[in-house]
Design a protein around this ligand. Structure first.
Ligand SMILES: Cc1cc2nc3c(=O)[nH]c(=O)nc-3n(C[C@H](O)[C@H](O)[C@H](O)COP(=O)(O)OP(=O)(O)OC[C@H]3O[C@@H](n4cnc5c(N)ncnc54)[C@H](O)[C@@H]3O)c2cc1C
Length: 519
């Protein structure tokens, strides 16, 4: 079986590594010319889901983090979106199972929405409405204090201390990461690399038969994975594109900058509100990545470049670079023998590190579809499942990101006024409640890679970001469950015990130590 992956950016390099490690007997070929068509090389904030894929392809965390000058991330901090900053962590609290185990024997029973079962969030909400507990992140983010104080929750052997799996993620140096995977994984496990630019795609009734490269070579394959980013070099031949009309941000002006001082290195991604949209700030080993996300229908790119230079110059390491896209998705991200992944299948905008999460689910779901088809399942069925999961994932993320803008009360210019209008048109206040209770957004669905924004994150958006009226969210949970959860929250059993942390537990200090140390 021959599977050809087009692209060697973050998506293509990880897809090739995953396919070859999971199916060593398959012939995995990778076509790209990243010298002539460079990888995007931005995109530094990941979500914990990538940890599952990194484990699967056998990445040694301390090796790749150090060798690519990357860093750790335990959450996202939203600054200036309302009158307070909001810490978004990754914890939900599987741990609470133990406390509620008389009623709930396992995680799934805690997270399934039904009349007779209550989620932890339902119980927390009733306590919150009675004024007995604080915000969602104060109650449940095990790293809330670490985020507030920029502490590194690591033990002396360099491992994160957490009560649950996959509670941390990474800030990657995107220029170095994909080439590192190519050199250290893909070349060693037998992925075949074909350097060339695809200039022609030849189809028959089963999909793509072969492609022609710029030097005239013809390459054939049984299956094709399109990881060519915004070029969509394969999938464009088979599917049309649909715009997201509720997403207006379509441009990013980015620029690497020097540290003024190392306290700027944070254990979280900074998502900072501004009048144009928002600015990200991400601390890596030698530099910070930053950029403004905005819509060029409202603001001139040359103006945004000046704004960024005024804010962050003259400490910039390179001139500002602007990347543009059309927010939207392929109508059929998987079609016949072709599967598109990451930016090739659709792109919303960079907020909440959604792209790499979507990349991981795309890689795993396309691999599953090809495996099942090769075992005799009709390709139409496999493709329908792939398309369903890809579309749910993208649509859900688009709604989630859009609501960050549309429910925001700040900003009096045309852009922010239009955002609020979109929120009214699409009834985003009601959408949040609907999403909170939707079966695609349970933790169970998140484990199945259907969403990266499960129910508690919609609730957090409603409560902690935008202080919406939550009375309709209440499911009148029984008093005895409220008593147990209250005790749990008050004793902060879910928090990691600070005394076990490494002695150098200020995050920048710890990272200096981490880079210099062999764990
Ligand atoms: C401003 C911005 C910020 C972002 N921030 C984040 C973030 O914080 N977190 C996150 O998870 N993601 C983020 N992303 C997305 C992330 O960086 C994506 O992974 C990236 O945008 C796309 O990567 P890719 O591997 O799909 O494609 P690319 O990096 O564009 O790579 C495309 C590959 O395809 C090859 N190729 C293209 N055309 C052809 C052809 N005709 N023939 C042969 N080969 C070809 C190229 O040579 C290259 O190897 C961000 C994206 C942007 C634009």
């Amino acid at each position: 079986m021959k599977v050809t992956i087009v692209g060697a950016g973050t998506a293509g390099s990880l897809a090739a590594a995953y396919f070859k490690t999971t199916y060593p007997s398959w012939d995995i070929v990778q076509i790209h010319n990243s010298v002539k068509i460079p990888i995007i090389g931005v995109g530094e904030s990941l979500t914990p889901l990538v940890g599952a894929l990194f484990n699967k392809i056998g990445l040694d965390e301390s090796k790749w983090v150090k060798e690519t000058s990357s860093s750790f991330k335990i959450g996202n901090r939203f600054e200036g979106w309302s009158d307070k900053d909001v810490n978004v962590g990754f914890s939900y609290n599987k741990h609470l199972d133990n406390i509620l185990n008389n009623k709930h024997s396992n995680l799934e029973s805690m997270v399934t929405v039904s009349d007779d079962k209550f989620r932890l969030t339902d119980i927390w909400l009733d306590l919150y409405l009675k004024g007995k507990v604080g915000s969602f992140s104060e109650s449940f983010n095990e790293f809330h204090t670490c985020m507030e104080n920029n502490i590194a929750p690591f033990s002396s052997d360099g491992k994160i201390i957490s009560n649950q799996d996959y509670q941390h993620s990474y800030h990657i140096n995107a220029e170095k990461f994909a080439p590192w995977i190519q050199d250290n994984i893909n070349k060693k496990i037998g992925v075949k690399e074909l350097i060339g630019i695809i200039v022609d795609v030849n189809l028959d009734e089963n999909g793509i038969v072969n492609v022609q490269l710029d030097d005239g070579r013809i390459h054939t394959s049984d299956y094709w994975i399109d990881c060519s980013g915004f070029h969509r070099v394969l999938i464009n031949a088979l599917s049309s594109f649909e715009k997201y009309h509720h997403i207006k941000t379509n441009s990013a002006t980015v620029m690497p900058i020097k540290y003024n001082d190392k306290t700027e290195m944070k254990n979280y991604t900074r998502t900072i509100w501004n009048e144009y949209g928002w600015q990200f700030k991400i601390g890596l080993k030698e530099r910070l990545g930053t950029g403004i996300i905005y819509s060029d229908a409202y603001f001139d790119t040359s103006h945004i470049e000046q704004v960024l230079l005024q804010k962050e110059g003259p400490r910039n390491l390179k001139p500002p670079k602007t990347i543009k896209w059309t927010p939207g998705k392929m109508r059929q991200p998987g079609c016949k023998n072709v599967y598109s992944i990451a930016a090739a299948s659709g792109f919303i905008e960079p907020m909440e590190g959604n792209v790499l999460a979507h990349t991981v689910s795309g890689i795993m779901n396309s691999a599953r579809a090809i495996e099942e088809t090769s075992k005799g399942k009709p390709s139409k069925e496999s493709n329908n499942e792939f398309n369903r999961s890809t579309t749910i994932f993208l649509d859900d993320a688009a709604d989630f990101i859009s609501a960050h803008y549309t429910l925001c009360k700040k900003g009096n210019n045309e852009f922010w006024n239009d955002m609020r209008l979109i929120g009214k048109t699409y009834r985003h206040e009601e959408l949040l409640l609907h999403k909170y209770n939707h079966p695609n957004n349970t933790i169970k669905a998140a484990y199945k890679l259907l969403t990266t924004y499960p129910d508690f994150m919609w609730l957090q958006l409603a409560q902690e970001f935008y202080d919406l009226d939550l009375s309709e969210y209440s499911r009148n949970t029984p008093q005895h469950l409220q008593d147990q959860v209250l005790k749990y929250i008050q004793t902060k059993e879910n928090y990691c015990d600070k005394k076990n942390y490494h002695e150098k537990n200020s995050f920048p200090e710890f990272m200096d130590y981490y880079y210099s140390k062999r764990f």
